[in-house]
Structure formats: structure tokens, C-alpha cells
Write a new protein. Structure first.
Length: 606
């Protein structure tokens, strides 16, 4: 292996640790602490729980995401929307397509809801480690929440700078974090090497068999060890498949050793409350404060990775037309995935602080955590079964079915969290889900209500007006959804108002179901003085419309676009109309020059 290759090999692993594994990498802070509040710390129970954790990581993260899901990508991109796009090509239009659309909307909404709970539980659980510092044992919970909130505010304020710059520091810090997890776990295992037996699945099966329903409901806390597993697939577009899978094997070993080490520590200290922090204090009291600072850094990194993921999901949602347009800033000139969406950023911050205030303690937050994750994993499993059954890889169907069955068992065990705060997962997911449903249905209903004109009928009237030779000098641009269909505002402009330029260009922008790539097509002379310019772009692409126009010799004098004034008594369409008014319109989203813009209002009855 050449030196450059070696650098990129290890460089990819280090970057992955910083951008992908923050969430799952910080779960040892709270997972066993929460589980041990629900069960007696007997050796049988400890071995059973450790075995459940080990096999949850193997089945739900390694098999479901690293092996199965990551083999399904489109130009390197992954995620629920990608699975939907793959299925859209494999299935015939009908009920199955509608079902897949509904599943993907639900999956996206659950992930976005998760984006609120993850930073809250990660940061709060790290700050609670202050209570183990001598003299700070009785710190009021309100003070801990305040410190956690200040850290969260700091994190969200710096988002506009872009994660590209900050990410460079993330990787090495997370390498130190995983190294300290491995070393501390290894030292603890040396004190009770018998915990290594917990790697056997027999202990997990025995625990579930002997503890009945109580054991089944403990699964709802065991899942905390795998939260963030879905990031392997969702972040595939940022770094590529190979570096993430390579990094996962290192991360898996670090997590495995640390969880077994925590188990060994509980065998010696059955009364321990805050297990990871207690283990570090027991092993190296002098290093406790540096470790605490490292923990806070790791949780900030975990939250950062999740916020970037939320921006990415929302951007995919905007460009695939399932979400309204929002103001997007591009924070990197060379990384297309590096974006900042201010409105999403500040809403997330407000919700994170609200969740901290509602739940107050990280162990209370764990009661709400898990439903969204298991829901997302189950949806991914169902969609993978459908994909593999329609492709040549049918041998993967039984494996995907087995994984989906395990996901479903975890999901059912999490339903007992609903009365204890789990409903917050559903409330948080319901917000984006409601917006997606209102927006997608509203768009369809609006398009039907607008009654666009077909091109042939339009051209009959257009040619008569153009032939009068009273045309305005210069070029007028008109945005249309697709060239053969003429929107009402264009009819209003050209036919009714006789606003016709020497050269008129219809521009249509179509998002393809591939993540990247921009293709343009100039169709000159649709009629005298009328051309069309089609732009096809991947759903992760940013489009510089002005540059594309210049490259194709279009020097526009004025740009026309349609504005709909919706009149309705239907409460859903009123909500749709409100969303349209408060979010940027098409030309604001694409940052077109304000001095050339001319909005044409069309009144629509819905």
C-alpha cells in the first residue's frame, strides 16, 4: 500500500469516527446506568444484559446497517429517501408505491424527531458526571440543566460556520474518546475476566426466558446501545461506504470492551449509580476531570453530527418536493453536503432546551428515547425486504426478514414507554409528518386547481400576438414546472396582458432521483421567439441558475414567476396556504437577482 493510500485509508476512518459515530459512541455514558435502575445487579442479570447489548450491536448495527442497508446506495448516498427512490423504480404504480411513500415520510419524521432527543440526552448525561467530583455531589439539578443548555446554545450558534471546518477537529477527538473507552473497559475486565463469557448469546436468551415480561421490557432500554446506528447509512453520502464500515469495526471493538468493562465494574460495585463515570473514578481518580471534559466534547460532537444529518434530510425533503422551501446557506465550496438551514437550526435549539426542562434528568429522558429509533429501524427493515425481494439478491430476503423481526420486537418493547414520556417522540415526529402530508397533498391539489394549459392551445394564441410585432426588446424568462404544460400565470402575462418579449424562454427545473449531476437542454424555436431551457439536477445538487443561463447564451431582462393567492374554507388548505406564505418561494430559494424579478399573482379556489 502506498503512503498516500495509507493516509486516505486511515484519514477516512478518523473522519468517520468524527462525523458518523458520535451518537452511538456516546451511548455507553447512559445505557447501563439506565438499565441497572430497572433490574437487580446479580451476576446472572449482568451477564444477560451484557449479552443482549453485544447481540443488539451485532444484529441491528453490523448486520442491518453495515452489511444490508449500506449495500443499497444511489451514487453513494443513503437514507430513507434513497430507499424510497430505489423502490419507486422497482414497483408498479399503485397501492405499494403509496405504502412506500407513507413509510418513507414516517421514517424521515421519526429521524427528525430523534434530532431533538439525542442532543438533549447526550449533553445532559455528560454534564451529570459533575456530581462525582468531590465537593460537587449535591449540585442542584437546575444548575446541571443550565450548564447543559449553555453548551447546547454554544453548539447551535456555531452551526452557520459550517461543519466542514469543525469536522477536522472532530475525528482526532473521537479517536481519543474511543481509545479511552477501550482502555478503561480493558482495565475493568482484567479485574473480573469472567464477564467475557457474556459474548455468548446463551446468556441473552436465558435472561429473556427467566425474566418473562420484565426481561422483555428491559429491551426498551437495551436499544439505547444502538441509537445512532442508522447514521452509518444516512451519512454514507458524506464519506463513502468503505471508510464508514472500516471505522465501525474499530468502534464496535471499543464499545464491546467498554460495555464488558462496565459489567465487570458492576460486579464489584453493585450499588453504583453513574456507571461509566464511577468506573473511571475507581480506576484513575486523577484522570476523572480530563475524562469528564472529553465526555462533554464527545457529546457535543455527537450532537453536531446529528444536526448536520437533520440539515441533510431536510434538504433532501425540499429538493424531492416533500417539504416546503426553506432558506439554505451553503457553507463549503467543495463539499456539497455541507449546508446550514437557519430556521431548522433555531427550532431544533428551542426544542432541545424545552425537552431538557421537561425531563430534567437524563434517565427520565431515556424513557422517551428509543421509540423513534426502533421505528426508523423497522421501516428500514421493511423497505429492505421489499427491495431484495424485487432484485437478484433474493438470498438476502431471509436475513432482512430476521433483522426486521428483531426490530419489531424492540419496537413493541418500546411501546411501554409511551405513558412515561415516550409520547414526546411521537409529538416531535408528528410536526414534520404533518408538514410533509399537508405540503405534498396541497401541492397536488393546487396543481389540479390551477388548470394549466397545454402547449399546443397556448401556441395558437401566442403566435397571433407575436405576429403583431409589438414585442418588447430583450429576453423574458418564465418559470414552468415542465415545458409541455403552461401555468396560468404565463397565460395571464402573455395572452391576457400582451406582455411579450422579442425572445421568451420557458425554464423548467426537474429534480432527478439520483443524488448528483446537472444536465441542461436548450430547445430553441418551439415557436417564433419562444425557446425552452430544461435543467435536470440531482436532489442533493445546488443549482446556480444564473451561471447556467449565461453559459447557454441567455441574457434575461426580466424573470417572471407565479404567486398563488389561495382562497379556501378547507382547514388543511388554509394551513397549506399559511406554510406557502411563511416559507421562501421558488425564486428566493434559488437566490435569483431581485432587480429582475416580477411576481404574477393568480387567484386559486381550492
Amino acid at each position: 500500500m502506498k503512503h498516500g493510500e495509507q493516509d486516505s485509508y486511515w484519514g477516512g476512518i478518523v473522519k468517520s469516527m468524527g462525523l458518523v459515530f458520535g451518537d452511538i459512541g456516546t451511548s455507553p455514558i447512559y445505557t447501563l446506568t439506565v438499565i441497572m435502575t430497572l433490574t437487580k445487579p446479580t451476576p446472572d442479570h449482568i451477564f444477560g444484559i451484557l449479552s443482549l447489548i453485544v447481540w443488539t450491536l451485532i444484529i441491528l448495527v453490523t448486520v442491518e446497517y453495515a452489511w444490508l442497508a449500506m449495500s443499497l446506495g444511489r451514487k453513494g448516498e443513503g437514507g430513507t429517501i434513497v430507499l424510497k427512490e430505489i423502490l419507486a423504480k422497482l414497483l408498479k404504480p399503485g397501492r405499494q408505491i403509496v405504502f412506500v411513500g407513507f413509510l418513507s415520510f414516517l421514517g424521515v419524521s421519526l429521524l427528525l424527531g430523534d434530532g431533538v432527543i439525542t442532543p438533549a440526552i447526550s449533553i445532559l448525561s455528560a454534564v451529570e458526571g459533575l456530581e462525582l467530583i468531590p465537593g460537587l455531589e449535591h449540585t442542584p439539578q437546575g444548575v446541571l440543566i443550565l450548564i447543559a443548555a449553555i453548551i447546547a446554545v454554544g453548539l447551535f450558534i456555531f452551526q452557520f460556520k459550517g461543519t466542514d471546518k469543525v469536522a477536522r477537529a472532530f475525528g482526532p477527538l473521537m479517536v481519543i474518546w474511543f481509545a479511552s473507552l477501550t482502555i478503561s473497559g480493558g482495565i475493568a475486565i482484567a479485574s473480573a475476566p469472567e464477564v467475557l463469557k457474556a459474548v455468548s448469546p446463551w446468556y441473552a436468551i436465558n435472561f429473556l426466558a427467566t425474566n418473562g415480561m420484565a426481561g422483555f421490557f428491559i429491551l426498551s432500554e437495551v436499544i439505547l446501545c444502538a441509537t445512532g446506528g442508522e447514521a452509518l447509512y444516512a451519512d454514507m453520502g458524506h464519506l463513502g461506504r468503505k471508510p464508514i464500515i472500516r471505522a465501525w469495526y474499530f468502534v464496535f471493538i471499543a464499545l464491546l470492551v467498554n460495555y464488558l468493562g462496565q459489567g465487570a465494574y458492576i460486579l464489584h460495585h453493585p450499588d453504583a449509580k453513574n456507571i461509566l463515570f464511577g468506573m473511571i473514578r475507581w480506576e484513575a481518580p486523577m484522570l476523572y476531570i480530563p475524562f469528564l471534559l472529553l465526555t462533554v466534547s464527545a457529546t457535543v460532537i455527537a450532537s453536531q453530527a446529528l444536526i448536520s444529518g437533520v440539515f441533510s434530510i431536510v434538504y433532501q425533503g425540499i429538493t424531492t418536493r416533500i417539504m416546503p422551501l426553506l432558506k439554505v446557506d451553503y457553507t463549503s465550496s467543495h463539499l456539497k453536503s455541507q449546508i446550514y438551514i437557519g430556521s431548522v437550526n433555531w427550532l431544533l435549539l428551542a426544542l432541545v432546551i424545552m425537552i431538557m426542562l421537561v425531563f430534567r434528568k437524563s434517565e427520565n429522558l431515556a424513557a422517551a428515547y428509543g421509540l423513534a429509533v426502533t421505528g426508523t429501524m423497522t421501516i428500514t427493515g421493511i423497505m429492505m425486504v421489499m427491495i431484495f425481494s424485487h432484485t437478484t439478491k433474493k438470498w438476502k430476503v431471509p436475513i432482512a426478514l430476521f433483522v426486521t423481526l428483531i426490530d419489531t420486537i424492540f419496537l413493541i418493547s418500546n411501546l411501554n414507554k409511551l405513558p412515561h414520556g415516550g409520547y414526546w417522540s411521537l409529538i416531535l415526529a408528528a410536526i414534520p409528518f404533518a408538514v410533509i402530508m399537508v405540503w405534498t397533498r396541497g401541492q397536488r391539489a393546487l396543481y389540479r386547481s390551477l388548470k394549466p394549459l397545454d402547449l399546443e392551445t397556448f401556441l395558437l394564441a401566442y403566435n397571433q400576438i407575436y405576429a403583431k410585432d409589438k414585442n418588447i426588446p430583450g429576453t423574458g424568462l418564465f418559470f414552468t414546472r415542465e415545458t409541455p404544460v403552461v401555468p396560468p400565470y404565463v397565460v395571464h402575462c402573455i395572452i391576457r396582458s400582451n406582455i411579450i418579449y422579442e425572445r421568451n424562454v420557458f425554464i423548467s427545473i426537474v429534480r432527478t432521483d439520483e443524488p448528483f449531476g446537472i444536465f441542461t437542454c436548450m430547445n430553441e424555436k418551439i415557436s417564433t421567439g419562444l425557446d425552452s431551457f430544461d435543467i435536470k439536477a440531482g436532489y442533493m445538487e445546488r443549482i446556480d441558475i444564473e451561471t447556467l443561463l449565461k453559459d447557454n447564451g441567455i441574457q434575461e431582462k426580466v424573470i417572471f414567476y407565479g404567486v398563488e393567492d389561495i382562497a379556501t374554507n378547507n382547514i388543511f388548505w388554509r394551513l397549506f396556504s399559511f406554510i406557502k406564505k411563511v416559507t421562501p418561494n421558488f425564486v428566493q430559494f434559488n437566490k435569483l437577482p431581485a432587480s429582475k424579478l416580477q411576481g404574477v399573482v393568480t387567484r386559486v379556489e381550492m
